[in-house]
Design a protein around this ligand. Sequence first.
Ligand code: GLA
Length: 398
Amino acid sequence: MNKVIFFSMGIAICLVTACGGNGAEKPVPATAKDAVSTTAAVLPDTAAFKDMVDGQPTALYILKNKNQVTAAITNYGARLVSLLVPDKNGVRTDVVLGYDSIGEYVHRPETYFGAIVGRYGNRIAKGKFKLEGKEYTLVKNNGPNSLHGGKKGFGAVVWTAQQLNDHTLQLSYLSKDGEEGYPGNLQVKVIYTLTDSNQLTISYQATTDKATVLNLTNHAYFNLNGQGSGTILNHVLELNADRYTPVDSTLIPTGEIAPVAGTPLDFRTPTAIGARIGADHIQLKYGKGYDHNFVINPFQGDMIKGGHTLMPTATVRGDLSGIVMKVYTEEPGVQFYSGNFMQGINPLKGGKKDDYRSAFCLETQHFPDSPNHPDFPSTELKPGQTYLTSTVYQFSAK
Ligand code: GLA
């Protein structure tokens, strides 16, 4: 019989260890490494982020609120380096993966830890697309495809930072016409805001002088039990998505928008991430686990031109820490990635390691490969238009 636990909010969920059937994985036992920390997490040393990269200064900027929530962001890749949140016992826990120094980010940018991804979050098939009758060829960096903006995307360039106050950091970057193959000089601004209601908001703005495509997101790797604390397979996830965009073996959408009902991609009720990750389903084989774009309910159409409503997107709870993260976005989709390519070879903050599936990502976005799918919400931006979108991560613990 399935073992069921109850949250205080009264929702029943199956533990990874217990939900049988449907090809469920073997139990994921908690190990000593998985124990929730009793020591408060600290920020990396800001001095380790003071450097010159590509001839420009880098630093670490700190945002704080009155509840002990603290975010650290570097202007290299506009990356979220640390996010300290009190757990159910009030112990400050660092819920995002990152490195201890700027040198490690520059050395290993392709992990995308905490990065702002651009110009195009996720994949563009064969690194090609047509816009206004002209074909553009991008830098390919992921087998046959272009991923996350190419070899040197927005997560690997130095942004200009302006700290407006304790709660707000503004970062700007000019992506030149032709960079990584994309047309148009694109002026981008990203604003991180930490509120006293424990919301971290990331707002994105952009304008261009030539028609282009863009899809900006943040690629934070979360472990709500604390970065480097072990598996995320017992975290419980709820996704506000009735549908997803199935992919081929190179993780490019087939164009279909399919129901999640009856598949292991159905997270419409809170379910442990690992409960069905090993199920015999072709999509999980292609993704080596979850690496899929979910269509957020209700479908909002083209967010570049359309309304700006923050939609409830996801709720995740760290099984050991009790930290709950709720995600809201104006974007029509979210890439849920279960850390399937993590190999434990990168050194995390405080001497930890980025073990296999020890983090998950929820990258709010337009759908992957939209420039080659006219039926998907458009990712075009034209001169005179302003790209405006935001995503909110809200924290609590119980
Ligand atoms: C995204 C992709 C994954 C993977 C990670 C980074 O989430 O969809 O396939 O490339 O970024 O490793």
